[in-house]
Design a protein around this ligand. Sequence first.
Ligand code: NI
Length: 264
Amino acid sequence: MNIDTLLSDMWQQYISHNQQAEKIHSLLLDEGENIVNDHIALRTFNHPSINIDVLGDFFIEFGYEEKEDYHFEEKKLSAKHYRHPTKDVPLIFISELKCEEFSNDFQKTIDQLIEAIPNKAINNLKFLTSGIHWPMISKTTYDVLLKESEYAAWLATFGFRANHFTVTVNKLKNYNLLELNAFLKKNGFKLNTSGGEIKGSASVYLEQSSTLAEPINIEFSDGKAKVPCCYYEFAQRHMLPSGEIFTGFISKSADKIFESTNKK
Ligand code: NI
């Protein structure tokens, strides 16, 4: 499999559960827009068999390089971003939950999920789009995890897949981020307002906004319920004093973007 096939598989899986992203994507295409992905975000647990480095290695094999680390103390998350030095492919942003910082019961539940993942599944590139490897959790378990971490409840329900794709606003012909947000709201999409509709600013070289994840019907082991799935993000990057475009991330903004999968 080449990188383009992988990215296209990730996109197909992402829109299969995320109608709003597909709708926004086609709306922009109808406007004659040029859609380029800024980054794709993945979530995992920090267990050594499936942590950031394990997922990141798949991208390193494709020539990506490890860049910066990020820490989110309150959410008990770490993250790292990867960038390809030459190929025009999206940045990859991988985060992991620091499981040891949670309650014993919480850790036991997560350990059971991780133990259910077959070794051979992890060694395969398809792992990045493999979803869950454990019997679907109950809504009760979802709610128990949710009390300590929205991120954990999401990951236990949706497993390994792109959490979000991000449109490069710089490559759009007719919109800056403010105008794009107005266009999205006019078309009925709800934006994540945690930390303001636009996170960051030109002074930190990155401005971001995102939709709120749409709740979708999930068949939990003890019945159906609606929970938030994926969201779509938009990033406008600015030039560093060196004259180069900033290609990193801003922890304070990313912290708020994580809340796009919160239940509102
Ligand atoms: Ni993002």
